[in-house]
Every structure is written in structure tokens, then in C-alpha cells.
Write a protein that binds this ligand. Structure first.
Ligand code: PMT
Length: 223
């Protein structure tokens, strides 16, 4: 179990952006490529997990050995996560989920009119907070995409969402963030430890992150 610490365990990973429709031809989204989440799913497989990858729209091949569930919006992602949460041992939320969606979704293409226009937005459900509030013995791992004061914002997300771990990335770092093949992160634990990592390829980094988390879990059970 040292080499395959997730053998026989169900791990749910979310990845990519969500798309929030304005009308049949337009949407609101973000720059997530899915690379970090797909790397986390591959790392889970390599550590023996039965891996479910819930992915927003991305342009990446399906990782070998995962069950892939493709979704579009934050609401779709919420539904897929809830359906897979009960028997999961771990949930890793790498997806960049939209915090807002258009209040109204037009069924016909909106017509151009003279002058300015605006779109009213409403909040989406926070998926991670929803499962954090309802967790039993699942290990919950969040990500935090920050542009300033990354560690302190990350720590407050860890606490507010009732997480066990959070992986904080300063998305303004030229070696990391959205779209890049590499990332620069710090892993924060619910027990107050900090593990900073150098810039690393997302695939390598994903494996080190999961191994560090599983080593922490072993040290908690050994206490
Ligand atoms: O996909 P890449 O191009 O490889 O880029 C990787 C990444 C920068 C997207 C990734 O490393 C990352 O940071 N993902 C989380 C992005 C994000 O939405 O962070 P946040 O700080 O806004 O949200 C905090 C956490 O809450 C995240 O785990 C997020 O999945 C979750 N969340 C947020 C909103 C919401 N409605 N539901 C959620 O579950």
C-alpha cells in the first residue's frame, strides 16, 4: 500500500472550466485548460485509484484508466459530483467553476441593438462547500486560484469549505496557472502544515501532491 496508497479507493477529480450559457451561441467561461485536473486524475490512477474524472469542456485526450464524465455548466458539474460523492474516498476539485451565471438564458440568439447592453448575473452553487458541509470520511482537496495574498486566501477557503487540503496557486506566476504545462503551488493542510513546491510540470507535480497527501494521511492514522 506504500506504492499504491489509493488501491481500490474511489477518487473523484474535477477539471477544466465551466461554460455558462447566455443564449444558444454565447457563454461565459474562463481560461482553464484542464491540464492540472487531468494530471491529478492520471496521478490518482497511477496510485491505484478507481478514478472518476468530471470534466468541463477541454481539448485534452481522455486519460487511460479513468471513467470520464463530461459536463458543461457549474450546475451540471454539481450534479455529477453529488452523484459520485457518497462512496468516494477522496474528491479533488481542480476545476475552475464559474461563480456566476447569467440570470436568464435566452432560448433564441440575442439580437444586436443600438447602445450598450448588460447581462445580469446570479451566483452558482459552491460545489466544494456543498460537499464540505456534507462530508463523512471523504478526504476533500480543493484548489485556490489567487492573484494576491495567495496563502492567506487559500487558508480561509480551506476553513470555510471544510477541506482537508488546499492547493494554492498564484495564477499570476509566469511559471504556473491557467493553460501552462507547469505550475507553482503550495499545499496547505487542515492541520496547519505548508508544503511549497518549485515550478514543475503539472503531471509530475500532481503525483507529488497526491503522494504528499497520502503520506500525511498515514501519519494522521499512525498518531
Ligand atoms: O486547467 P489549467 O489550465 O491546468 O489551470 C489550472 C487551474 C489554475 C485552473 C487550477 O490549478 C486551479 O487553481 N483550479 C481551481 C480554480 C478555482 O476555481 O479556484 P477558486 O479559488 O475560484 O475556487 C476554490 C475552490 O472551490 C476550487 O477547488 C473550485 O473547484 C471550488 N469551487 C469554486 C466555485 C464553485 N461554484 N464551486 C466550487 O467547487
Amino acid at each position: 500500500t506504500e506504492k499504491l496508497p489509493l488501491l481500490g479507493k474511489k477518487v473523484v477529480v474535477t477539471a477544466g472550466p465551466t461554460r455558462e450559457r447566455i443564449d444558444p451561441v454565447r457563454y461565459i467561461s474562463n481560461f482553464s485548460s484542464g491540464k492540472m485536473g487531468y494530471a491529478m486524475a492520471e496521478a490518482a490512477v497511477s496510485l491505484g485509484a478507481d478514478t472518476v474524472l468530471i470534466s468541463g469542456p477541454v481539448d485534452l485526450p481522455r486519460p487511460v484508466g479513468v471513467q470520464l464524465i463530461q459536463v458543461e455548466s457549474a450546475a451540471d458539474m454539481l450534479e455529477a459530483v453529488l452523484a459520485n460523492f457518497g462512496d468516494a474516498s477522496m474528491v479533488v476539485k481542480s476545476a475552475a467553476v464559474a461563480d456566476y451565471r447569467p440570470k436568464e438564458q435566452h432560448s433564441q440568439k440575442m439580437k444586436k441593438k443600438d447602445g450598450d447592453s448588460s447581462i445580469e448575473l446570479e451566483r452558482t452553487t459552491d460545489i466544494l462547500k456543498t460537499i464540505g458541509d456534507n462530508k463523512e470520511d471523504q478526504i476533500l482537496v480543493g484548489f485556490a486560484a489567487e492573484t494576491n495574498d495567495a496563502i492567506s486566501y487559500g487558508m480561509s477557503k480551506l476553513m470555510n469549505k471544510n477541506l482537508d487540503y488546499i492547493i494554492v496557486n498564484d495564477v499570476t506566476d509566469p511559471g504556473g496557472g491557467f493553460g501552462n504545462d507547469t505550475n507553482v503551488v503550495t499545499l496547505l493542510t487542515g492541520k496547519g502544515k505548508q508544503f511549497p513546491f518549485d515550478a514543475m510540470n503539472k503531471k509530475q507535480l500532481a503525483k507529488v501532491l497526491l503522494e504528499t497527501i497520502m503520506a500525511e494521511e498515514r501519519s494522521i492514522t499512525d498518531d
